[in-house]
Design a protein around this ligand. Structure first.
Ligand code: HGY
Ligand code: MN
Ligand code: MN
Length: 423
């Protein structure tokens, strides 16, 4: 276990170096120079574990250990490796690193799976550069069309295709992946909340993931001189947007049932201290465990926007992402619980308030997800931290699950088997 913990710590430390904001958390936007450095590191590690490495037309990375039976579906294990601005070192990478180490154990023990094992590192889960989010997994499963993908641009107007080519990726490579080629998808993720730490339990078996939607709201008015324009002749986009935004949290509070609403991004144009703003763009992120609550808040959001269509102000709202709540596969959840019991690893059931690639894959294959504790429940910030020992415990569980799901002939799991005996 110690060797495994050390390897995990090394991976996390290496990946955390690839940030555009050193000293201020992890900022690794898709197709950036930081992406490229992390990508090269991940591909090196996959090759070192004997995996055949390829990238798809979105830039998702796959490391494959072929099965003994040709043309059979793979067990995919992985997560994303992009980040939010000034985020943490574990959101995404914890899951990719866990997958790397499962493959390393297969390599070290020279296991021969019947079904292939694939480590996958996904792009643009956060949507920090191109908006929406879950882009790599939605693209793979066909939820995001090729046309939609090509139409996405970042805040500087650079398209996905241009950005990919800039770091040497090939957008003409295959994109949508046939669901018949995937037997299951397993993802480890940090909880990003306080529950596991407060319960002092190292493993959460995820039962369900909240439904979520993201809107981009644009408020347009008229630019003007801050000094010479009388107050009663202004169409001030920022003032109008502010009045809207102040009313939005109440929509979620009134809906209750754990419904949450966040305005996380706001851009003001032309953003001059002595210029009346003529355009404001802001995002609205809405989530709840039940779809009806998300739908109710969406309709109340639209009503709020309509009520603010005052003189000279024009408001539009674009839905960038909509995903229903997802229950994860019962069989895989049971498998995780059985293996945790066999290994003597304490666990509890938990639901996810964060969105994950696992929710996208759950439309096309069996999906299982494990959480590990987040220190002080913090995430999406430089203070984000999780224990490499907990990641190692998750690797142990995934290793046994992967042996079972890929139908490895040799070395069946035994009671209370710990890795240091089996590796
Ligand atoms: O927003 C989320 O829930 C995830 O971090 N992308
Ligand atoms: Mn994440
Ligand atoms: Mn995240």
């Amino acid at each position: 276990m110690n060797e495994l913990k050390e390897r995990i710590t090394h991976h996390i430390e290496e990946l955390s170096k690839y940030t555009a904001t050193p000293g201020y958390g992890t900022t690794r936007l898709s197709y950036s120079q930081e992406d490229l450095k992390a990508r090269n590191y991940l591909k090196e590690q996959m090759e070192a574990s004997g995996l055949t490495v390829r990238e798809d037309g979105f830039g998702n990375i796959f490391g494959k250990l072929e099965g003994t039976v040709k043309d059979t579906p793979s067990i995919l294990i992985g997560s994303h490796f992009d980040s939010v601005p000034n985020g943490g070192a574990y959101d995404g990478p914890a899951g990719v690193v866990a997958a790397l180490e499962v493959a390393q154990l297969f390599h070290k023990k020279q296991l021969k799976p019947k079904y292939p094992l694939e480590v996958v590192a996904l792009v643009e889960e956060e949507g920090s550069r191109f908006g929406g989010g879950l882009m790599g997994s939605r693209g793979m499963t066909g939820l995001l069309s090729e046309e939609e993908f090509k139409s996405l641009t970042d805040k500087d107007g650079i398209s996905t295709i241009e950005a990919m080519k800039k770091i040497g990726l090939d957008p003409s490579l295959p994109k949508k992946r046939d669901r018949e080629t995937i037997k299951a998808f397993l993802e480890l993720h940090i909880e990003q909340g306080p529950i596991l730490e407060e319960k002092n339990i190292p493993i959460g078996v995820v039962e369900a993931i909240v439904g979520l939607t993201q809107y981009k709201v644009t408020v347009e008015g008229q630019a003007g001189h801050a000094g010479t324009t009388p107050m009663d002749r202004r169409a001030d986009a920022l003032f109008a947007a502010s009045k809207i935004i102040c009313q939005l949290p109440e929509l979620a509070i009134k809906e209750g049932n754990g419904t949450v609403l966040t305005v996380g991004r706001l851009n003001v144009y032309p953003n001059g201290a002595n210029v009346i703003p003529d355009k404001v763009e802001f995002t609205v992120d809405i989530r709840s465990g039940k779809e009806e609550h998300v739908q109710n808040v969406i309709s109340n959001l639209k009503k709020t926007l309509e009520n603010h269509n005052e003189y000279g102000i024009e408001i539009t709202a674009e839905q960038c992402l909509y995903i229903q709540p997802k229950a994860l596969d019962q069989g895989v959840r049971t498998l995780f619980k059985e293996i945790s019991n066999e290994l003597g690893v304490p666990y509890c059931s938990i639901n996810s308030g964060a969105g994950h690639d696992a929710m996208v894959f759950s439309d096309v294959t069996e999906v299982g997800m494990l959480f590990i504790p987040s220190k002080a429940g913090l995430s999406h910030c430089p203070e984000e931290w999780s224990d490499a020992g907990h990641i190692a415990q998750a690797v142990e569980i995934f290793f046994e699950a992967a042996k079972k799901l890929t139908e490895v002939e040799r070395d069946a799991p035994s009671k209370n088997k710990r890795l240091n005996q089996s590796v």
